[in-house]
Design a protein around this ligand. Structure first.
Ligand SMILES: Nc1ncnc2c1ncn2[C@@H]1O[C@H](COP(=O)(O)OP(=O)(O)OP(=O)(O)O)[C@@H](O)[C@H]1O
Ligand SMILES: [Mg+2]
Length: 398
């Protein structure tokens, strides 16, 4: 096979893309559309830092892809620049708690924050209290206002509990010179409800909510980005509208919309076409959906995979399955792969969770005096089934 052709085709100037990076996740757009209100609110809440006062702690929430990280980083950057010009002492520390190993334990988080402030501590070994003390001492040397942004803060609490938030929010009252404010960001809308009430009230002294974008707003965001990313005239009629409509239907997620636009462009390029077309959008959507399903499946714990695999196999035999039958076959599978089976009750919970993730559907059926059971059906698209089975067999060691 002559790979040279392929390399040649892609090393030249792209007919489709002008600046591919503008569609990648880490690209920071210069223009932020339809978020003036939120940007202003955040700026107003953090502005007292310019006078050396402690801004209220701030909690920001909204669904995924609604621009929370983008807007907070934008305000933070401008605030820091403004402070520098005016010789104010504002310092911003940004931590993405979702990143592996950054926020797995309070110790790790504190070590990471200290590192950001230029102080290295051993990655394990010291008592955590000593790290709190080191952090306190370090920032209180100067009369700075420190704004600590904890992005995906729900991940931090899931991994290391909410004590750390309590302790951090208390540090401010003990500081002599410096001030410390916390900005928490989350896309888990129920997260704050489950916090310790003291932590919740201290974290949400102020709140800003990011609503989902509607189709028109997504269209504007896409158009603006397309202008930077694509060659002139390559976007077919109705393409942006279609992507915007699809994304608005699935909760107004700008990240998914931009991803769909990128994949559509890549398909056009790979097929050596001159234009992005409506058909390509369909294809891109299907591709994205497949990738999402496969990723979701790969990320399931072993027992979930076993339940899912059993469902698929039984469905293929065209059996209408209920929880009891599924459980029997699941037990057989467990003995085959030498894992200890869970109780039927636990398996019912797993079925409900797989249902919520959209991998199967479980309908309750009333059998009169025989009680109730569930009728379980796999909902993975047919075109993916062979591939999914292969993955599950490999992961289960079959
Ligand atoms: N108003 C906007 N204008 C331009 N681009 C935007 C806008 N809102 C979001 N985006 C883009 O959409 C993507 C998602 O935005 P962002 O990462 O800020 O979402 P988020 O709310 O933090 O989501 P998550 O909760 O999943 O972290 C980014 O690539 C961002 O550049
Ligand atoms: Mg984010």
């Amino acid at each position: 096979m002559d790979l040279k052709n392929i390399f040649e085709k892609f090393s030249g100037k792209s007919k489709i893309f002008r600046n591919r990076e503008a569609l990648q996740a880490r690209y920071h757009p210069e223009k932020i559309l339809h978020r003036d209100k939120e940007l202003e609110k955040i700026a107003a809440i953090l502005a007292p830092s310019l006078k050396g006062e402690k801004p209220s702690n701030l909690f920001i929430y909204g669904k995924t892809g609604t621009g929370k990280t983008l807007c907070v980083l934008h305000v933070a950057k401008q605030l820091e620049e403004f402070a520098r010009e005016k010789k104010g002492n504002v310092r911003i520390i940004y931590v993405n708690c979702k990143l592996k190993r950054v926020a797995d334990t309070p110790y790790r988080l504190l070590a990471h924050i200290l590192h950001e402030l230029g102080q290295e501590v051993p990655s394990t070994g010291l008592p955590t209290d000593e790290l709190y003390k080191a952090f306190y001492d370090l920032i209180d040397r100067r009369s700075d206002v420190i704004i600590l942004i904890l992005d995906e803060i729900d991940q931090l609490v899931a991994k290391s509990g909410d004590d750390i938030l309590y302790n951090l929010s208390r540090i401010d009252s003990e500081l002599k010179k410096a001030r410390l404010s916390i900005v928490g960001i989350s896309n888990d809308l129920l997260f704050a409800e489950n916090l310790d009430p003291r932590v919740k009230s201290s974290l949400s002294e102020e709140e800003v909510v990011f609503p989902p974008y509607n189709a028109l707003q997504i269209k504007d965001i896409l158009e603006e980005r397309a202008r930077i990313a694509f060659q002139q005239g390559v976007i077919g009629e109705g393409v942006i509208q279609k992507i915007a409509a699809i994304s608005a239907r699935s909760h107004g997620d700008a990240r998914r919309a931009l991803e769909l636009l990128r994949i559509t462009g890549e398909l056009a390029e790979r097929k050596d076409m001159n234009k992005l077309t409506l058909e390509l959008v369909d294809e891109a959507e299907e591709k994205m959906e497949s990738e999402n399903i496969i990723e979701t499946i790969k990320a399931q714990p072993q027992q979930y995979k076993a339940v899912l695999y059993t469902t698929i196999i039984l469905n293929e035999k065209n059996m209408e399955i209920n929880t009891g039958e599924l459980y029997n076959h699941y037990r057989r599978l467990c003995s085959q792969i030498k894992v200890r089976p869970l109780t039927q009750r636990r398996v019912s919970d797993i079925i409900a969770e797989l249902d919520m993730q959209g991998l199967l559907s479980a309908k309750t059926i009333n059998r009169g005096r025989y009680g109730r059971t569930k009728s379980i059906e796999c909902t993975i698209p047919l075109r993916l089934l062979e591939h999914v089975k292969k993955i599950l067999r490999e992961d289960l060691g079959l």
